[in-house]
Design a protein around this ligand. Structure first.
Ligand code: 4NP
Length: 159
């Protein structure tokens, strides 16, 4: 069965498109592209249509990940299409919870921190927008950790 994963942050120009690009690369490397769909969206629509933040694109590129996503706002219909809707922080989680049309949809919402294995000090993925370069590197370190766990879970479900 195909697994559809949606990452959600605030602006959909830093954290969630980076998570999308990172998981997509892992999925492609494993040859699971036909079994997995990965996308991202933001709870705030103010950056809709924009490419990812140039600082995040640069940081991701230095890890071999090209970010081509265009920002979009999350919408109620996303709860129909996607199996897992993964929030980067508690604000995103609460916004998704309010948007979810029913209990079934609410059960699809996860916090990215649930997939962290090697970063016990982090309970959310920090917003790097007002941070320096280190903020973007930290986000990518956390995303690498959680995406590796997610890939394991996806592998179990699709095979
Ligand atoms: P993101 O980062 O939620 O990781 O995409 C942000 C992007 C834009 C804004 C805040 C956070 N903003 O306030 O415009």
């Amino acid at each position: 069965m195909k697994q559809r994963i949606l990452f959600v942050c605030l602006g959909n120009i830093c954290r969630s498109p980076a998570a999308e690009g990172m998981l997509q690369r892992l999925v492609d490397r494993e040859g699971l592209g036909n079994f997995v769909e990965v996308d991202s969206a933001g709870t705030y629509g103010g950056h809709a249509g924009e490419r990812s933040d140039s600082r995040m694109r640069r940081a991701a590129a230095s890890r071999g990940i090209e970010l081509t996503h265009r920002s979009r706002q999350v919408r109620e219909e996303d709860f129909k299409r996607f199996d897992m809707v993964i929030a980067m922080d508690d604000n995103n989680y609460e916004a998704l919870f309010r948007l979810a049309p029913d209990r079934e949809a609410q059960f699809k919402i996860y916090r990215f921190r649930e997939f962290l294995r090697h970063h016990p000090d982090w309970s959310y993925i920090p917003d790097p927008y007002y941070e320096g370069h280190e903020g973007f590197e930290l986000v990518l370190d956390l995303l690498e950790d959680g995406c590796a766990t997610l890939l394991e879970e996806i592998r179990k479900k699709v095979k």
